[in-house]
Design a protein around this ligand. Sequence first.
Ligand SMILES: Nc1ncnc2c1ncn2[C@@H]1O[C@H](COP(=O)(O)OP(=O)(O)OP(=O)(O)O)[C@@H](O)[C@H]1O
Ligand SMILES: [Mg+2]
Length: 415
Amino acid sequence: MSGMTAKDPVKASARDNLPPSDRLSVVSICLDKETWATLKLFADSAPLVRLDRHLGEYRVDDHESALDWMGRPAPDVCLLDFDKDRRSAALVAERIHSDAPETSIFAVSSQSQPDLIIQAMRSGCSEYLVKPLDSEQLLNAVARVGGRRKEKKEQTKAQLLAFIGAKGGCGVTTLVTQLGALLSKSHSRKTLIVDLHHDFGDAALYLGLTKYRYHSYELVENTDRLDTELLQSFVLHHSTGLDLIPAPQGTEPARPLMAGALVQTFEFLRLRYDFILVDLPPGLNDEYLELIRYCDQINIVAVAEVSALRNVVRQTDYFTRKEIPSDRLRVVLNRHQSRGIITEAQIEKVIGQKLFWKVPNQYVHILKSISGGDPLSQISNSEVAKNLLEWAGNIGKKPTGEEKKGRGMLRLWSR
Ligand SMILES: Nc1ncnc2c1ncn2[C@@H]1O[C@H](COP(=O)(O)OP(=O)(O)OP(=O)(O)O)[C@@H](O)[C@H]1O
Ligand SMILES: [Mg+2]
């Protein structure tokens, strides 16, 4: 079995660049220097993996969750060296297997006796890699994890897009309802809006669906007994084909959500839609963090005002501190005016990133569609409608046959 050297990079087909969020995240534990260097070379020459952290000791404290030291969300892969102390390594593997079952554990060792391999597998390892690490062997193991992740993604179909205002009134509900209706009607994508405002949510009002009994918080509270039939009692149907789970009516104070219940609910919803758009209240709120972490995209909706732009910086800093990958954060400028007082260049300088999308300012059009409860009523005849149609097209366009085929190793990860 040959070791990997700089002259022996992994297959050319594996060298296609993947966006950082599509790479498999890797944590390593107690790797010896040589194996660590090999892993680093592998990550550099085949950007299929992202090295998140290296831990120099086996952590077996009963009071800690494996996620406390591996990081959240759980990594895709953990490379665990068994040579320093086999017993502790096996305990660590068991702990990871129980606390983070979605993490694939690769045992790494210089010993290859069958009983030791069996022991490692019994403690939860899915691969056993013998030192010195072999490029082909590592690539194949990583590819298997990538393949499984792809299969899982195909099962969990919906793309989850969160929308949050840089401050109140930036246009979140307007954009969510218009995009939702366009995805449903113009792109035939099964789309659901979930309004997660504690109170005073407007999505139902903007869609003219004002008569309802149950709301999003009750859905989350009932997550443990959720089935297709129960879900139907929460879902409102709009004439465009768009579905909505509305916010509470705003007649009672907010109720705190149980930890884990939000993600559990969205895991269920994801299997039933192509797109889920989440209308979130503005502000920094730890209650939604677990959901935000779970979303594919977080759209921060701002307007060209000093306070909103300042808040974009605060929000992006906060999300970054909470380890939400920056490539999932997008800043959308609503009510854009090409001759506005604050220029686009100034905005991008202040927020420290490019604007992802700009939606023109067209109050009359927006007002008409909101008051009519039909986001698509003005579709053909306004600049803002064309703009949103283009945005929905970018999100909702079904991939062509060629795009589906993908290239080389990229196929393992692409949706
Ligand atoms: N592109 C636009 N052009 C002109 N007016 C707009 C545009 N988008 C939204 N508006 C207007 O801005 C106001 C606020 O919009 P909206 O209710 O969607 O904001 P929001 O961010 O959801 O507010 P909240 O924080 O209360 O949930 C509405 O009166 C709406 O008509
Ligand atoms: Mg709103």
